[in-house]
Design a protein around this ligand. Structure first.
Ligand SMILES: [Zn+2]
Length: 674
């Protein structure tokens, strides 16, 4: 009897499932983009940190990424969403270009700004200003925005009035705190925000950075909602997802947050990833809690034109998010023979990737010299945690060029060179063999200028190197590679801390000794040496301007008119006559920087993705796909016929439901608890 009951239950389940599948299929056929209830299906296509990775994901992954494929995928997703009756907006959350070989092509005279051309072909509704936009100064950003005409650039917490070229773009509405787009009769406000660390990590010159982001953003939300804009999306570039979570906790009235700058991968088991990608930071989307306890989805992408983010929201007549579609997630950018390959967008190929790739080939074919020793430019452990031979090479290049040019610029020959680890970007060991000009761009992509600073006092030297080693345990980019001196430090000492207004809030006690190569002691046994001389030093303008919180004092700064990449190339070519020898640059360095106690940490952590899981809850849940129909027969039932009928019905129902779900990307499944 019991078995019979189970069978009937199965048959009933089968019938119901089949019926439901059919009903769902029918409803979806009619398209549920704008349903009778006044619901809006809003598809947010998003990206961030494109960072001039225009040609391909990397030289190892030529079949992935590339802005031409990326453009095709965005166009494809956009038209699919439109076919389903959904409204679509497209957002970039900052770092829309980055110094490097690709960008150097755009910097040639008469060259278009290739990144801007690419963005124009993709089509955006809003582009947030990140930190890397300022790496080459406000004037280049102004040129970029003038050429990237697809959408306004947004940031609510930057004040451009001190920079005439950018202020003019504000005047023209090309830069704004936010923008409002209208889709299907509904108004959607998109508000931008930029990392308050901008002053330290880039070169915004006279752009004022306001750090009370939550207050500023809430004011903008209130202004927009006061105007009747009831759908609010934040597009923020705050460098770590934990910052977006913290921000959300101070806000009300936000429907979605599109983040940039963390590089975090949000995915689950069903997301197709690039080879080598894995270990996601969390599910897509993450969920954060607003000040009133309601939930808000946070999304981001790893950047580099490798994935398009697709957040699909159901929004009711009052502008509240009622559901997040299960089809939301990252879509990888693939080509070649991959099953999800897209054809590169022909306009983008012709206008952007072909000319850029040709210029890169030219750079790769021009050697500046040969190395007889592997050069260690790895990030961590590496140039951000200890002396390496590649770090020494770069510091020597600064010193050699400054000595060569000092007389021309009327400055004293510097005694010391400082190169920050964060300015060394190849993150690799360069093998023995020829070193191309392209490689020098990979090593020193930022185009920072070589700068001499005069009259640096011994006490200032202690402050400078306390800063250099203050965050060595977190692999901060401020770690210094040096020339002209030796440094010994004790990582167990107190790390120096610098507050706002460049005041030292905690004095450091890590630096044990600083000795110039001529034997002059500047710091000894942790104390500044009485009567030690002031010196001139050479570094990069980024640091001279306070980047990485370096404090050099009031001495005169003189820009020597060559970039870090030019400095390196000239040193290898002319300073070393084209040969980097193992004798001069031994692996592991030569003892310029030593640790005063033995237990130094090589167990450092990368500070790029320093977002934490605090307060972030995944909205992951089991999907229908996980209900494997083949598991149903495992019940040991005698009446095979009844069983087969039941199983077939269940299967048919599941297949119908699954088919329609895959067919329609705006199928609703995930529900937010609001
Ligand atoms: Zn960034």
């Amino acid at each position: 009897m019991r078995i019979r009951r189970i069978l009937w239950a199965l048959i009933t389940l089968g019938l119901v499932t089949a019926l439901l599948g059919a009903v769902t299929a029918n409803a979806q056929d009619e398209g549920d983009g704008a349903s009778d209830s006044g619901d809006l299906q809003l598809v947010i296509l998003h990206h961030n940190d494109g960072e001039s990775q225009l040609v391909q994901a990397s030289s190892d992954l030529p079949d992935f990424g590339g802005v031409a494929r990326f453009a095709s995928l965005v166009h494809q997703l956009r038209s699919q969403a439109a076919d389903n009756g959904a409204a679509v907006i497209t957002i970039s959350s900052g770092d829309n270009f980055l110094s490097g070989p690709e960008l150097s092509v755009s910097l040639d005279d008469d060259s278009p700004f290739y990144d801007a051309l690419a963005l124009n072909s993709i089509g955006y509704d809003a582009l947030t200003i990140g930190n890397h936009e300022f790496d080459l100064g406000p004037d280049l950003l102004a040129r970029f925005i003038s050429e990237a005409t697809t959408a306004p650039f947004i940031s609510a917490n930057l004040d451009f009035s001190g920079e005439p070229a950018l202020a003019a773009l504000v005047e023209q509405g090309r830069i704004a705190p936010s923008t409002v787009v209208e889709k299907q009769g509904r108004r959607i406000g998109i508000i931008g925000a930029t990392t308050p660390e901008l002053t330290y990590i880039s070169s915004p010159r006279n752009v004022a950075v306001m750090s009370n982001v939550a207050e500023i953003v809430q004011t903008e939300i209130d202004r927009l909602t006061g105007d009747g804009v009831d759908i609010i999306v934040l597009s923020t570039h705050l460098q770590a997802l934990s910052s977006e979570t913290d921000l959300a906790a101070q806000l009300t009235g936000v429907d979605a947050i599109v983040a940039g700058g963390s590089g975090a991968l949000l995915a689950d088991d069903s997301t197709a990833l690039l080879p080598g990608d894995g270990d996601p930071y969390g599910p897509y989307p993450l969920t954060a809690t607003l000040v009133d306890g309601s939930s808000v989805p946070i999304v981001t992408t790893p950047g580099d034109y490798t994935y398009v983010g697709q957040l699909i929201l159901s929004i009711d007549a009052d502008g509240n998010v009622t559901a997040i579609d299960e089809a939301s997630g990252l879509r990888r950018v693939a080509g070649g023979d991959e099953s999800d390959a897209v054809e590169p967008h022909p306009d983008v190929v012709a206008q952007v990737t072909e000319p850029v790739a040709a210029a890169l080939e030219e750079l790769a074919a021009s050697p500046v010299g040969t190395t007889e020793v592997p050069l260690d430019g790895r990030r961590s452990p590496g140039i951000r945690t200890h002396e390496t031979n590649q770090g020494n090479l770069l510091a020597d290049a600064l010193l050699w060029n400054a000595e060569r040019l000092a007389a021309d610029f009327g400055v004293p020959e510097p005694a010391v060179a400082i190169q920050n680890g964060g300015g060394i970007r190849n993150d690799s060991v360069i093998p023995v063999g020829p070193v191309s000009e392209l490689e020098t761009f990979n090593i020193s992509p930022f185009g920072n200028f070589v700068t001499v600073i005069e009259d640096v006092s011994p006490a200032q030297m202690k402050v400078i190197f306390e800063n250099a080693v203050s965050r060595v345990e977190s692999s901060s980019g401020r770690f210094a590679q040096i020339a002209g001196m030796t440094l010994a430090y004790d990582p167990a000492g107190t790390p120096q801390e610098i507050g706002e207004d460049d005041t030292i809030t905690t004095e450091g006690s890590r630096v044990q000794s600083i000795t110039l190569d001529d034997g002059t002691a500047i710091v000894s046994d942790g104390a500044v040496v009485d009567g030690a001389p002031s010196i001139a030093l050479v570094t990069l303008n980024f640091l001279a301007n306070g980047g990485d919180q370096y404090l050099f004092g009031d001495g005169t700064r003189t820009n020597l008119g060559l970039t870090d990449q030019q400095s390196l190339a000239a040193y290898i070519k002319d300073g070393l006559n084209g040969t980097i020898s193992a004798a001069q640059y031994p692996e592991g360095g030569e003892g310029r920087i030593t640790v005063a106690v033995d237990e130094v940490a090589d167990e450092t952590v990368d500070d790029k993705d320093d977002g934490t899981d605090e307060g972030v809850n995944g909205m992951d849940e089991g999907t229908a796909d996980e209900m494997d129909a083949e598991e149903l027969p495992a019940t040991g039932i005698e009446s095979r016929l009844l069983f087969i009928i039941a199983a077939a019905l269940v299967l048919a129902g599941l297949m119908l439901a699954t088919l329609t779900r895959h067919h329609n990307p705006t199928h609703r499944r995930k529900r937010l608890s609001i």
